[in-house]
Design a protein around this ligand. Structure first.
Ligand SMILES: [Zn+2]
Ligand SMILES: [Zn+2]
Length: 178
């Protein structure tokens, strides 16, 4: 699936509505999550790996928290469903999900978010709002391509598949304007 040139999906809006304009009334949020998780399971299968129960549980929780979750908060939520879950269990699941590009680790807040993009040819570009702490993934392939080329020609290489930018989100911009 080709990504739109510049499609902002913010943590302030209902994600599926943004992805599928016009269909908002026909899908309940639980259906959306199931569709998302089934898509992730298919991607895993294509890679010869499997979205196990714990991995699916963790990814589902990230999906339900568009602004991301810290590992510690994630563990608490996982334990509500699997009381015997240990930190290594959750960390291994997170390692798997980030390794497969199904989730992203946003460094500054050490927050994990579900990836809502069909694939990553390019790194993920994340906008972190300094006012509300919201995280959005910005899909701007042309900008990323140019950034990668500029890095390469200056002899640099990205050290993670996530690029983070501090940017005030539209909701906070609206609040701040008179
Ligand atoms: Zn992503
Ligand atoms: Zn904000």
């Amino acid at each position: 699936m080709a990504a739109p040139e510049c499609d902002v999906i913010t943590s302030h809006s209902n994600i599926p509505d943004a992805l599928y304009p016009g269909t908002e009334a026909s899908l309940s949020s639980l259906d959306d999550q199931e569709i998302f998780l089934e898509g992730a399971a298919t991607r895993c299968k294509e890679q010869g790996v499997s979205l196990t129960t714990i991995r699916r549980l963790v990814l589902g929780l990230l999906y339900r928290h568009p602004s991301g979750l810290k590992a510690y908060d994630l563990l608490a939520l996982v334990r509500q469903e699997r009381s015997n879950a240990t930190p290594p269990t959750v960390y291994r699941a997170l390692d798997f999900l980030t390794g497969q590009g199904l989730a992203h680790k946003i460094g500054r807040g050490n927050v994990f978010v579900a990836c809502r993009h069909a694939s990553h040819r390019l790194p993920g570009l994340f906008l972190l709002c300094p006012s509300c702490g919201g995280i959005s993934e910005l899909y701007a392939d042309a900008a990323l391509q140019a950034l990668l080329q500029a890095l390469e020609s200056s002899g640099h290489r990205l050290d993670s598949p996530e690029v983070e930018i501090s940017a005030v989100c539209p909701a906070c911009v609206a609040l701040a304007s008179p």
